[in-house]
Design a protein around this ligand. Structure first.
Ligand code: FE2
Length: 352
């Protein structure tokens, strides 16, 4: 046990701070014999100077010294060297003050005149306690890091799976293949033009990629009906926004959920079962509405062929203030966002 302790002692550095040279020498000799490495300082200022180049594990600090006292130095030490242990050295009559120092962050105190065997026990106990505290802290930090890392991995795996599900759903249908990817590119382009923050763009990206995942609940016959939809059929198709929001809710933040939920809202509040209007509709959903409509209009649908880019732009212009937010539509029309239907996964920004 003694050898074990001495091995630990060899790696430990102690700074003895006391204005009395005899006390410093006494402690220095005893602690060195126990295998500790020691340095001395005769005042608080000298101690601060020494600590700049001498990373002490423990400071033995005389409470009363001329000039800045040990008690005054203690808060500075705790602030600048939070991992360094501090033992206050005090006269027996000042025990109350020593307890006050422990409240200020000192680890322990010893009373003068010293019983050197007690001093050694005290130092070793304080250092072991400090070492344990550091290990626990390191363990907790590692654990927290691991949990955070795993949470990110699980979330990304889940989102990846939902994204794959969306692409698989779309790929089954020649009319919608690649729709979500194209819509995402267009929506992000509008978002950047509107100076959205990186976080808002990230929400917009996920909202756009996942916006139609609720179509998994939509009857394929109705979705692919070549003729005009009845009001009941239209209502059935439109449940996909609500269903999609429910699917993504466990893995994305509430802003992404709201983008998915409101992506068919009309700016003037005239959409089906709509309770929001204007700027109550999340900005991401207003952007997605324009991008989604543009891609839908320029793609073939079972009930009509695609219209040209120019015609789609005119239609968006026509529906400003009714279906679309004027600010979003204007950003879209100004930057002349378009895509080439043959490169169906690409959105290109032209004329910029
Ligand atoms: Fe949709």
């Amino acid at each position: 046990m003694i050898n074990h302790v001495n091995m630990i002692n060899h790696e430990k550095r102690i700074l003895i701070v006391d204005d009395e040279a005899t006390i410093r020498r006494l402690l220095h000799q005893k602690l060195t014999k126990q295998g500790f490495y020691c340095e001395e300082a005769s005042s608080s200022d000298e101690a601060l100077e020494k600590l700049k180049t001498y990373p002490a594990d423990l400071i033995m600090l005389d409470m009363k010294m001329p000039g800045k006292s040990g008690m005054d130095l203690l808060p500075d030490l705790k602030r600048q060297y939070p991992t360094t242990a501090v033992i206050m050295a005090t006269a027996v009559a000042e025990a109350n003050l020593a307890i006050q120092c422990m409240r200020l962050g000192a680890d322990d105190y010893i009373t003068k005149p010293f019983n050197l065997e007690e001093v050694i026990m005290n130092v070793e106990r304080t250092l072991e306690k400090r070492m344990l505290e550091m290990k626990i802290k390191e363990y907790q930090e590692n654990l927290q890091q691991k949990v955070e890392q795993q949470t990110i991995e699980i979330r990304s795996l889940f989102l990846g799976s939902i994204e794959a599900l969306v692409f698989a759903l779309e790929a089954k249908d020649k009319y919608t293949a690649g729709h979500s990817r194209r819509v995402t590119d267009i929506a992000l382009s509008i978002g950047r033009d509107l100076n959205l923050s990186e976080d808002e763009l990230d929400n917009l990206r996920w909202g756009s990629l996942l916006h139609d995942v609720g179509k998994i609940a939509v009857d394929q016959f109705i979705q692919n009906k070549p003729g005009k939809l009845t009001p009941a059929e239209y209502e059935h198709i439109m449940i996909h926004a609500q269903v999609g929001a429910g699917i993504v809710k466990p893995v994305v933040n509430e802003k992404v959920v709201a983008i998915v939920e409101h992506h068919h809202d009309h700016y003037n509040g005239s959409g089906l079962h709509q309770i929001t209007h204007g700027e109550q509709i999340p900005m991401g959903a207003r952007i997605l509405a324009v991008a989604d409509a543009f891609d839908a209009m320029t793609s073939d649908r079972p009930y009509r062929p695609a219209i040209s880019v120019e015609e789609a732009r005119q239609e968006i212009q026509r529906c400003v203030n009714t279906q679309f937010d004027p600010v979003v539509a204007s950003a879209f029309l100004k930057s002349a966002i378009s895509y080439t239907p043959s490169e169906d996964t690409k959105a290109a920004v032209i004329n910029k």
